[in-house]
Ligand binder design. Structure first.
Ligand SMILES: Nc1ncnc2c1ncn2[C@@H]1O[C@H](COP(=O)(O)OP(=O)(O)OP(=O)(O)O)[C@@H](O)[C@H]1O
Ligand SMILES: [Mg+2]
Length: 242
Protein backbone atom coordinates (compact mmCIF):
# COMPACT_ATOMS: atom_id res chain seq x y z
CA UNK A 1 0.00 0.00 0.00
CA UNK A 2 1.26 3.53 -0.79
CA UNK A 3 2.18 5.57 2.26
CA UNK A 4 -0.73 7.90 1.64
CA UNK A 5 -0.91 10.74 4.10
CA UNK A 6 2.77 10.62 5.12
CA UNK A 7 3.66 14.06 3.71
CA UNK A 8 0.61 15.50 5.47
CA UNK A 9 1.65 13.82 8.70
CA UNK A 10 5.17 15.25 8.32
CA UNK A 11 3.73 18.69 7.65
CA UNK A 12 1.47 18.46 10.70
CA UNK A 13 4.46 17.42 12.85
CA UNK A 14 6.58 20.27 11.45
CA UNK A 15 3.81 22.78 12.16
CA UNK A 16 3.39 21.46 15.70
CA UNK A 17 7.14 21.74 16.20
CA UNK A 18 7.10 25.31 14.87
CA UNK A 19 4.31 26.20 17.26
CA UNK A 20 6.21 24.67 20.18
CA UNK A 21 9.38 26.62 19.27
CA UNK A 22 7.40 29.85 18.92
CA UNK A 23 5.91 29.30 22.38
CA UNK A 24 9.33 28.59 23.89
CA UNK A 25 10.71 31.70 22.21
CA UNK A 26 7.96 33.83 23.74
CA UNK A 27 8.47 32.28 27.16
CA UNK A 28 12.21 32.99 26.96
CA UNK A 29 11.54 36.55 25.89
CA UNK A 30 9.31 37.00 28.94
CA UNK A 31 11.97 35.48 31.16
CA UNK A 32 14.53 38.01 29.94
CA UNK A 33 12.13 40.96 30.11
CA UNK A 34 10.95 40.36 33.67
CA UNK A 35 14.20 41.23 35.48
CA UNK A 36 14.68 44.23 33.18
CA UNK A 37 11.20 45.51 33.99
CA UNK A 38 11.86 45.00 37.71
CA UNK A 39 15.17 46.82 37.49
CA UNK A 40 13.64 49.72 35.52
CA UNK A 41 10.87 50.01 38.10
CA UNK A 42 13.08 49.80 41.19
CA UNK A 43 16.18 51.60 39.99
CA UNK A 44 14.81 54.22 37.62
CA UNK A 45 11.11 54.76 38.35
CA UNK A 46 11.48 55.26 42.06
CA UNK A 47 14.56 57.47 41.87
CA UNK A 48 13.00 59.63 39.15
CA UNK A 49 9.97 60.19 41.39
CA UNK A 50 12.25 61.33 44.23
CA UNK A 51 14.11 63.68 41.87
CA UNK A 52 10.83 65.13 40.64
CA UNK A 53 9.65 65.74 44.21
CA UNK A 54 12.94 67.49 45.04
CA UNK A 55 12.74 69.71 41.95
CA UNK A 56 9.09 70.57 42.69
CA UNK A 57 10.11 71.47 46.24
CA UNK A 58 12.63 73.99 44.89
CA UNK A 59 10.16 75.34 42.31
CA UNK A 60 7.32 75.80 44.82
CA UNK A 61 9.37 77.14 47.71
CA UNK A 62 7.85 80.58 48.24
CA UNK A 63 10.38 81.56 50.87
CA UNK A 64 13.25 80.98 48.43
CA UNK A 65 15.69 79.91 51.11
CA UNK A 66 19.05 79.33 49.50
CA UNK A 67 20.29 76.74 52.05
CA UNK A 68 17.14 74.60 51.68
CA UNK A 69 17.36 74.77 47.88
CA UNK A 70 21.01 73.70 48.03
CA UNK A 71 20.17 70.69 50.21
CA UNK A 72 17.44 69.65 47.77
CA UNK A 73 19.70 70.17 44.77
CA UNK A 74 22.42 68.06 46.42
CA UNK A 75 19.88 65.24 46.90
CA UNK A 76 18.92 65.53 43.22
CA UNK A 77 22.57 65.22 42.15
CA UNK A 78 22.98 62.15 44.37
CA UNK A 79 19.89 60.51 42.92
CA UNK A 80 21.03 61.31 39.37
CA UNK A 81 24.35 59.62 40.15
CA UNK A 82 22.49 56.56 41.37
CA UNK A 83 20.43 56.42 38.17
CA UNK A 84 23.56 56.83 36.09
CA UNK A 85 25.12 53.81 37.82
CA UNK A 86 21.93 51.77 37.39
CA UNK A 87 21.69 52.58 33.68
CA UNK A 88 25.34 51.66 33.15
CA UNK A 89 24.87 48.27 34.81
CA UNK A 90 21.65 47.64 32.82
CA UNK A 91 23.53 48.37 29.60
CA UNK A 92 26.29 45.98 30.71
CA UNK A 93 23.67 43.27 31.26
CA UNK A 94 22.27 43.82 27.78
CA UNK A 95 25.64 44.11 26.18
CA UNK A 96 28.46 42.54 28.20
CA UNK A 97 31.33 44.86 29.10
CA UNK A 98 34.31 44.49 26.92
CA UNK A 99 32.92 42.03 24.41
CA UNK A 100 33.31 44.53 21.60
CA UNK A 101 36.62 46.04 22.69
CA UNK A 102 38.25 42.98 24.25
CA UNK A 103 38.19 39.56 22.66
CA UNK A 104 35.83 36.92 24.09
CA UNK A 105 38.57 35.42 26.31
CA UNK A 106 39.28 38.72 28.06
CA UNK A 107 35.58 39.55 28.47
CA UNK A 108 34.88 36.11 29.95
CA UNK A 109 37.84 36.38 32.29
CA UNK A 110 36.40 39.68 33.49
CA UNK A 111 33.06 37.93 34.03
CA UNK A 112 34.74 35.12 36.04
CA UNK A 113 36.46 37.77 38.15
CA UNK A 114 33.06 39.31 38.93
CA UNK A 115 31.72 35.90 39.97
CA UNK A 116 34.72 35.41 42.28
CA UNK A 117 33.55 38.36 44.34
CA UNK A 118 29.92 37.15 44.22
CA UNK A 119 30.86 33.63 45.36
CA UNK A 120 33.77 34.12 47.77
CA UNK A 121 33.49 30.59 49.23
CA UNK A 122 33.89 28.95 45.81
CA UNK A 123 37.21 28.48 44.03
CA UNK A 124 36.76 29.44 40.39
CA UNK A 125 39.48 28.17 38.09
CA UNK A 126 39.74 29.75 34.68
CA UNK A 127 41.62 28.42 31.67
CA UNK A 128 41.76 29.39 28.04
CA UNK A 129 43.35 27.93 24.91
CA UNK A 130 43.28 29.36 21.42
CA UNK A 131 42.85 32.68 19.70
CA UNK A 132 39.52 34.47 20.05
CA UNK A 133 40.14 37.48 17.92
CA UNK A 134 38.17 37.66 14.65
CA UNK A 135 35.29 35.67 16.12
CA UNK A 136 31.79 36.42 14.75
CA UNK A 137 29.91 38.47 17.33
CA UNK A 138 26.95 36.09 17.63
CA UNK A 139 29.30 33.25 18.58
CA UNK A 140 31.17 35.39 21.12
CA UNK A 141 27.90 36.58 22.65
CA UNK A 142 26.41 33.06 22.77
CA UNK A 143 29.55 31.61 24.36
CA UNK A 144 29.64 34.44 26.91
CA UNK A 145 25.97 34.07 27.83
CA UNK A 146 26.30 30.29 28.17
CA UNK A 147 29.11 30.64 30.68
CA UNK A 148 27.14 33.30 32.53
CA UNK A 149 23.99 31.11 32.70
CA UNK A 150 26.05 28.12 33.90
CA UNK A 151 27.61 30.24 36.66
CA UNK A 152 24.17 31.54 37.66
CA UNK A 153 22.95 27.94 37.93
CA UNK A 154 25.96 27.03 40.05
CA UNK A 155 25.19 29.91 42.41
CA UNK A 156 21.52 28.81 42.57
CA UNK A 157 21.68 25.04 42.66
CA UNK A 158 25.15 23.53 43.03
CA UNK A 159 26.53 24.31 46.53
CA UNK A 160 29.88 23.69 44.85
CA UNK A 161 33.35 24.26 46.27
CA UNK A 162 35.28 24.26 43.02
CA UNK A 163 34.33 25.34 39.53
CA UNK A 164 36.38 24.97 36.37
CA UNK A 165 35.58 27.28 33.48
CA UNK A 166 37.34 26.52 30.24
CA UNK A 167 37.18 28.40 26.97
CA UNK A 168 38.83 26.83 23.97
CA UNK A 169 39.12 27.26 20.25
CA UNK A 170 40.49 24.50 18.09
CA UNK A 171 41.54 24.60 14.47
CA UNK A 172 42.36 27.62 12.41
CA UNK A 173 40.21 29.85 10.23
CA UNK A 174 39.37 28.07 6.99
CA UNK A 175 39.44 24.61 8.56
CA UNK A 176 36.40 22.46 9.42
CA UNK A 177 37.68 21.82 12.97
CA UNK A 178 37.40 25.50 13.86
CA UNK A 179 35.26 25.11 16.99
CA UNK A 180 34.68 27.22 20.08
CA UNK A 181 34.13 25.27 23.30
CA UNK A 182 32.80 26.58 26.60
CA UNK A 183 32.93 24.07 29.44
CA UNK A 184 31.78 24.77 32.98
CA UNK A 185 32.20 22.03 35.56
CA UNK A 186 31.43 22.06 39.28
CA UNK A 187 31.81 19.60 42.17
CA UNK A 188 28.45 20.42 43.75
CA UNK A 189 25.32 18.42 44.52
CA UNK A 190 24.69 17.53 40.87
CA UNK A 191 21.35 16.56 39.45
CA UNK A 192 19.66 13.31 38.40
CA UNK A 193 19.58 13.05 34.60
CA UNK A 194 15.91 12.05 34.65
CA UNK A 195 14.91 15.14 36.65
CA UNK A 196 12.49 17.37 34.75
CA UNK A 197 13.74 20.86 33.98
CA UNK A 198 11.72 23.33 36.02
CA UNK A 199 13.35 26.44 34.55
CA UNK A 200 13.87 27.82 31.08
CA UNK A 201 17.57 28.47 31.53
CA UNK A 202 18.86 25.22 30.02
CA UNK A 203 16.25 25.26 27.25
CA UNK A 204 17.46 28.74 26.30
CA UNK A 205 21.11 27.67 26.38
CA UNK A 206 20.41 24.66 24.17
CA UNK A 207 18.33 26.61 21.65
CA UNK A 208 20.88 29.35 21.21
CA UNK A 209 23.76 26.93 20.81
CA UNK A 210 21.79 24.79 18.33
CA UNK A 211 20.73 27.90 16.38
CA UNK A 212 24.45 28.32 15.62
CA UNK A 213 24.78 24.65 14.53
CA UNK A 214 26.43 23.86 17.83
CA UNK A 215 25.71 21.21 20.45
CA UNK A 216 25.23 21.25 24.18
CA UNK A 217 26.07 18.33 26.41
CA UNK A 218 25.30 17.94 30.10
CA UNK A 219 26.82 15.31 32.34
CA UNK A 220 25.62 15.05 35.88
CA UNK A 221 24.60 12.65 38.61
CA UNK A 222 23.18 13.27 42.07
CA UNK A 223 26.02 14.09 44.44
CA UNK A 224 28.57 14.08 41.65
CA UNK A 225 28.76 17.62 40.30
CA UNK A 226 27.55 19.09 37.05
CA UNK A 227 29.30 19.52 33.74
CA UNK A 228 27.96 21.62 30.91
CA UNK A 229 29.78 21.85 27.59
CA UNK A 230 28.78 23.90 24.57
CA UNK A 231 30.59 23.41 21.27
CA UNK A 232 29.96 25.91 18.49
CA UNK A 233 31.46 25.65 15.01
CA UNK A 234 32.76 28.92 13.60
CA UNK A 235 30.73 29.43 10.44
CA UNK A 236 31.35 31.82 7.60
CA UNK A 237 28.48 33.88 6.22
CA UNK A 238 27.71 31.30 3.52
CA UNK A 239 27.41 28.56 6.14
CA UNK A 240 30.77 26.83 5.70
CA UNK A 241 33.32 26.80 8.52
CA UNK A 242 35.83 29.61 8.25
N1 LIG B 1 25.25 23.34 38.41
C1 LIG B 1 24.15 22.68 38.76
N2 LIG B 1 24.16 21.85 39.84
C2 LIG B 1 23.05 21.16 40.19
N3 LIG B 1 21.87 21.22 39.54
C3 LIG B 1 21.79 22.04 38.48
C4 LIG B 1 22.92 22.80 38.02
N4 LIG B 1 22.53 23.50 36.92
C5 LIG B 1 21.24 23.19 36.71
N5 LIG B 1 20.80 22.30 37.64
C6 LIG B 1 19.45 21.68 37.71
O1 LIG B 1 18.84 21.78 36.45
C7 LIG B 1 17.61 22.47 36.58
C8 LIG B 1 17.35 23.26 35.34
O2 LIG B 1 18.17 24.43 35.24
P1 LIG B 1 17.61 25.68 34.49
O3 LIG B 1 18.72 26.68 34.39
O4 LIG B 1 16.99 25.20 33.23
O5 LIG B 1 16.44 26.20 35.41
P2 LIG B 1 16.48 27.03 36.76
O6 LIG B 1 17.87 27.49 37.05
O7 LIG B 1 15.83 26.19 37.83
O8 LIG B 1 15.55 28.28 36.43
P3 LIG B 1 15.86 29.53 35.47
O9 LIG B 1 17.20 29.30 34.82
O10 LIG B 1 14.75 29.54 34.50
O11 LIG B 1 15.86 30.71 36.38
C9 LIG B 1 17.74 23.29 37.86
O12 LIG B 1 16.50 23.58 38.45
C10 LIG B 1 18.58 22.38 38.72
O13 LIG B 1 17.77 21.40 39.35
MG1 LIG C 1 18.99 28.54 35.53
Amino acid sequence: MRAAGRPEAQLTAALANNRRLAQQYLALQELERKPLARELHDELGQYLSVIKLGAMGIRDDRRGERAAAQTRAAAIVENCNHIHGAVTSLIRELRPAGLAELALAAALEHCVQTWRTRLPSVTLRWSVTGDFTSLPEEIALTAYRRAQAALTNIAKHAAARHVDIHLGRTGTPGQPDNIVTVAVEDDGVGSAASQPTPGLGLIGIRERVEALWGELSIRSALGDGYQLTARIPVQSRNGSTS
